[in-house]
Structures are given as C-alpha cells and as structure tokens.
Design a binder for this molecule. Structure first.
Ligand SMILES: Nc1ncnc2c1ncn2[C@@H]1O[C@H](COP(=O)(O)OP(=O)(O)OP(=O)(O)O)[C@@H](O)[C@H]1O
Length: 236
C-alpha cells in the first residue's frame, strides 16, 4: 500500500504557545487511522496543521507524495483532503440538498464520483430531509450531512474530528456503521473520537498523543491487548 499522508517532526504553535512537539503520523491509502488522547493534547491542532489552517512552524507534511506544509487550505483541499470539523459547521440557511451541492462544486476527479444519490443511499435520513434547512436538523442529521458534504468532494483522505461527540447512542452507532461502510469501499480515513473500543473495531492503526507528542503508535490488535494504555493516555 502506498503512503497517502506522512507527517514528521511537526511543530505547531499558537503565538508563543507551542502545542505540537515533533508530531508524526503515517497513513497508507485505504487505511483507517485514529488520533487519540485526552482533551487539549493537540489532536485538533494536528488536523488543522495538516489542513493548512494553522500552519506548521516546522516539520514536513507529505500528501500524495507532495510536500504541503506551505500550501493554502484551499489548495490542500483541492488535492483531495476533506474534513468533518468539530461542531460540523454546516450552512444553516441552505437545505440539505444545497449543502451537499455547494461542496460538489469543489470536487476532485474520481473514477466513481460521489453523487447526491450515493450520499442518500449511505444516509437515507438525509434523503427524507432533503428540503430541510441545515438549522432544522438534529445533531445526528447534521453530522451525516457534514460527512456527506465532505464525501461530495471525492476526497482521497477524509478526516473526522470528534466523529460522534454529543450524539445519542443510536445515532453514534449509525455513524460507526457508515464509517465501516466507507472503509469497505476503500476510503482512507483519519478519525478522532474517544470511543476506543469502537475505534479498535473500525480502524487499522492508532496514534496516541500526549502534550503534542506521540506516546504510542500501533495496530488495533496491539491497542486492544493493552487497556492500560487507554486508561493512561485517553482516560477511559
Ligand atoms: N486558537 C488557539 N489559540 C491558543 N491556544 C489554542 C488554540 N486552539 C487550541 N489551543 C490550545 O492548544 C492545545 C491543544 O488543543 P487541541 O484543540 O489541539 O487539543 P485536542 O487534543 O484536539 O483537544 P480537544 O479534544 O479538547 O479539542 C490546548 O492547550 C488548547 O488550549
């Protein structure tokens, strides 16, 4: 498998406050990877640096073989990276259909492109609500829409920050099923969440971070067999 994303020696700061200290991460095409750690440890900052939103102070980020750490967020997105951000950020005054179509305009070339129909097949609930405005949707529906919207750009890498935060248990399960279905279709995914057992079942490999540094990396079987790591670094 070829490496899709490779982050090495990443240092990122907000003003004088340094948050990432040599972060590293590798994701191969077709893999599902997670980023795990307690609140405030630098997961969102890592994602923001990869997306070009909070540029790295030093270090390298390679995506599809190209160095991207100096590129603009728009350029990086057009290379085929899409995020489902914490808080979802869907357009409240656009309908479900319009939210999806707005992002289709930014799409990358793809052999089997995502269409409204494919998104509706993945989330039938969105089809039922296709005329509803973004602000009329439940939290779960908004998250489905945020995922659908990201998929409409045909991303090589789909990133979910807090994939199921604040969602009811049944809706959470629906999101996990959707991510498993995407994985089965070969979608490469980086996911942040706190439900370690669900993530172990879903993902191939995991990166645990503490205070902006990697403290453990390994495959699902290794993480499953060391629950003391969950307690120590994730607090579950
Ligand atoms: N815009 C900002 N300006 C200054 N400091 C920030 C900013 N955003 C985040 N931080 C700080 O950077 C550190 C890492 O935050 P980050 O959001 O990356 O952590 P996280 O692991 O994603 O945690 P959470 O789950 O709480 O989002 C925290 O100490 C946070 O207070």
């Amino acid at each position: 498998m070829s490496t899709l994303l490779e982050v090495s020696q990443l240092e990122t700061a907000y003003g004088h406050s340094q948050v990432l200290f040599g972060m590293q991460l590798q994701i191969a095409s077709g893999e599902v990877a997670t980023l795990l750690g307690r609140n405030g440890m630098g997961k969102t900052t890592t994602v923001r640096s990869v997306l070009g939103l909070t540029p790295a102070r030093s270090g390298q980020i390679r995506f599809r073989g190209e160095r991207i750490e100096q590129l603009s967020p728009d350029r990086i997105a057009r290379m085929g990276m899409a995020v489902v951000p914490e808080g979802r950020q869907i357009f409240p005054n656009l309908s479900v259909r319009e939210n999806l179509q707005a992002f289709a305009a930014k799409r990358n070339q793809h052999a089997q492109p995502w269409t409204l129909e494919r998104v509706y097949a993945l989330f039938p609930r969105l089809q039922e609500r296709h005329r509803h405005m973004g602000n009329q949707l439940s939290g779960g529906e908004q998250q489905m829409l945020a995922i659908g919207r990201a998929l409409m750009t045909n991303p090589y890498l789909l990133i979910l920050d807090e994939a199921t935060e604040g969602l009811a248990p049944l809706i959470r399960e629906e999101i996990w099923h959707c991510l498993a279905a995407l994985r089965a279709q070969g979608q490469t995914i980086l996911v942040i969440d706190k439900y370690v057992q669900r993530l172990i079942a879903l993902a191939d490999q995991h990166t645990l971070i503490e205070r902006g540094q990697v403290v453990w990396q390994g495959p699902s079987e290794a993480l499953a067999s060391q629950p003391e790591l969950w307690q120590r670094y994730i607090g579950v």
